[in-house]
Design a binder for this molecule. Structure first.
Ligand code: FE2
Length: 294
């Protein structure tokens, strides 16, 4: 006998996170994007970084370019500073979010503001539709105080970075992808903490891609225990997701977005629709026009 409604999504694919390093040697775990072509449209990459060892993060991410997508950095612990060629300087602290639209081009650095202690958080890359890849770069720093949070009726808590969360009868909107400023990929980005056995349920538009990433503890969907530190990709058929924390509780990200269904051609930090556009990005970067163009 099954009590599971067909409207609830199940896990279609598990993408484990793989230890790697990026920037000037920052150690991290990459799930989505860990292999060429391993995308979940519109999500291109999810990195989890978390360490108490300064040697794992101290070299940071010195100046590097991006074109054609958005980068979202969410800090749990520690402090980083962003600087870009447009003159933006932003300090990222615990619970804060940086939402950067690289558009036609950003050259930036992301460097630690600490020499000891824990550094922990996530960087997500979200693709832009072809018609927006060359729009002017944009940048927002949202401190922890700007991220709405709420206690969940069944125990635990939620932070709403993007999209709208259902909390009992309440609807809690995050600072990104609000109804008044919708993004083309309609992203939903929640950070959820659940005590052992507590459940959470949320609407996800049918057809939008969605995944969970538990970074502490584990979750169950439809009674099946799922691995932590892995992207748990949900099927696209249902309109709701429901999950329950395992015996040790769970802290997890829930992400969803509208697929773009466009060709993805990636060369490192450039993500375009065609090889010609990648070659143009490289020419613009090498000639110095990249920074000027923005
Ligand atoms: Fe970057």
């Amino acid at each position: 006998m099954s009590t599971i409604s067909n409207d609830l999504r199940t896990v279609a694919q598990v993408i484990p996170s793989i230890p790697t390093s990026d920037g000037a040697g920052v150690k991290l775990r990459r799930s989505i994007g860990s292999q060429r072509g391993l995308y979940l449209d519109p999500f291109l990459m999810l990195d989890e970084f978390g360490t108490d060892q300064p040697g794992d993060y101290i070299a940071g991410f010195p100046d590097h370019p991006h074109r054609g997508f958005e980068t979202v950095t969410y800090m749990l612990d520690g402090r980083m500073q962003h600087r870009d060629h447009l003159g933006n300087v932003g300090d990222l602290g615990p619970g804060g979010v940086q939402w950067m639209t690289a558009g036609r081009g950003v050259i930036h650095s992301e460097m630690p503001l600490q020499e000891s202690g824990r550094m922990r958080g996530f960087q997500l890359w979200i693709n832009l539709p072809g018609k927006e890849k060359m729009k002017p770069a944009g940048y927002r720093d949202i401190p922890a105080s700007g991220i709405p949070s709420a206690t969940l009726p069944g125990g635990g808590a939620i932070k709403v970075i993007a999209g709208t969360a259902e909390v009992g009868e309440q609807r809690i909107g995050g600072p990104i992808n609000s109804p008044s400023q919708p993004l083309s990929t309609a992203p939903l980005y929640f950070d959820i903490e659940l005590p052992a056995g507590a459940s959470f349920e949320q609407a996800i538009p049918t057809g939008h891609n969605a995944f969970l990433y538990s970074y502490e503890g584990s979750v169950e969907i439809a009674g099946k225990r799922l691995p932590g530190q892995a992207a748990l990709v949900l099927d696209t058929a249902g309109s709701r997701v429901q999950f329950t924390a395992g015996a040790e509780g769970a802290r997890l990200l829930l992400l969803a977005g509208k697929p773009l269904r466009e060709p993805v051609v990636q060369y490192g930090p450039f993500v375009m629709n065609t090889r010609e556009e990648i070659e143009q990005a490289l020419r613009d970067y090498q000639s110095g026009d990249f920074a000027k163009a923005a």
